[in-house]
Design a binder for this molecule. Sequence first.
Ligand SMILES: *Cc1c(COP(=O)(O)O)cnc(C)c1O
Length: 429
Amino acid sequence: MYVPTFPRQVSSHEISIVFRSHSIIQASKLKITLAETLKPLVPVEDLQFGQTMTDHMMVATYDPINGWSAPEIKPYGPLTLDPASSCFQYCPNVFEGMKAYMGPDGKARLFRPQLNMARMEMSAARVALPLFNSSALLTLIKKLVAIERRWIPTAKGCSLYIRPTIIGTRAALGVAASDHATLYILCSPTGPYFRSPPPSLSLPTQKPNKTVSLLAVSENVRSWPGGTGGFKLGLNYAPGFAVQKVAAEKGYAQVLWLLPEVGEGGKVEMKVTEAGAMNFFVVVKRDDGGMDVITPPLDGTILPGLTRASVLSLCRAHTSSPSSSPSLPSLPPSLNLHIHERPLTMTQLLSYSSSGTLLEAFGVGTAVIVAPIGKIGYQEEGKVGETVIELPVWESEGGLGVVGEALWERIVGIQEGRVEWEGWSVVCE
Ligand SMILES: *Cc1c(COP(=O)(O)O)cnc(C)c1O
């Protein structure tokens, strides 16, 4: 029997996974109907994240009698759904975000896709959607990428974003698990998210502001202990949109999500969780010449990002690997990075900032890879007006500090197949 394996960090004790034979998607039964006319490609400098869709999509449906249908790759277009479908009412909707990268050798690659597949199984189980063999889903993703390969931008830092999605389609209003589902995969070419466009494409405009500003928010929370913040569920995001608008009106690009926690002596501490839909890191100067790299732990309130996991292992390897094969070649080998997955509070952030030891803050995720944070606005209890934490300004091309820039370079190198690292990059054949 097929036994799904999950990332270590996700607690699964309360989720029972009943895997039956009709949970199997048969990739070998794939039906391919190609589009008769292909869309014109969009120049990479005009790409806005997630706005342009490619020519095709993959679709498979599940019903409790027949299990998963034969998957189909067909021209991109609308789905037809019963308006009572549970995805419109109770939101049993799961998604993943991954990318295909074109290497200088002309091969398309995925980055650690097994981790996306394992997370998608966990998310589906959390909202009681039908299960599936994710190895077959990965085969289908590779097939779709092969068909859409002309859409993968070749410029450095550009890629084809892939959005596997499962929605509950039980057509009845009873509040119950959806025993019907539609699984589909969309592809969308993307430029470098917050980065300036690649140097080969000279634009008439001046450089955009490269750093991200964050408004720290605690009245509305993104996730909470025992909640769903550790899963990639559609229902986690809409509750953040109104707050995001407030942040935008105040001139901030994203929200820094806080979670109040009663600490010692009954004092309420604001724990930092994530920035927008990115995992959050800070780099703090130490007295011994090294640096602390800090990110909150996977306690169920943090999305277990695979960029986060990759950043942590590259940083750990930097300090343990021999200087002949450094994991982060652009950092001095003598620089010791001390990695901490531990709670981080606003009190601590403010104190790092006021003591001048806060060197870098960045958000990480598949879409952005590593995005520099320039300032954080925070309404402190009992104070009039926002306190603003200003991060040091770095003159690097992407606006990142030394650690963030070294990570960006290295991860992009691995993704594009220019660097081999622990089998992270998987060729689509
Ligand atoms: C997707 C996502 C991330 C980043 O995860 P990656 O696997 O690195 O792309 C971080 N936080 C949230 C809330 C997310 O939805």
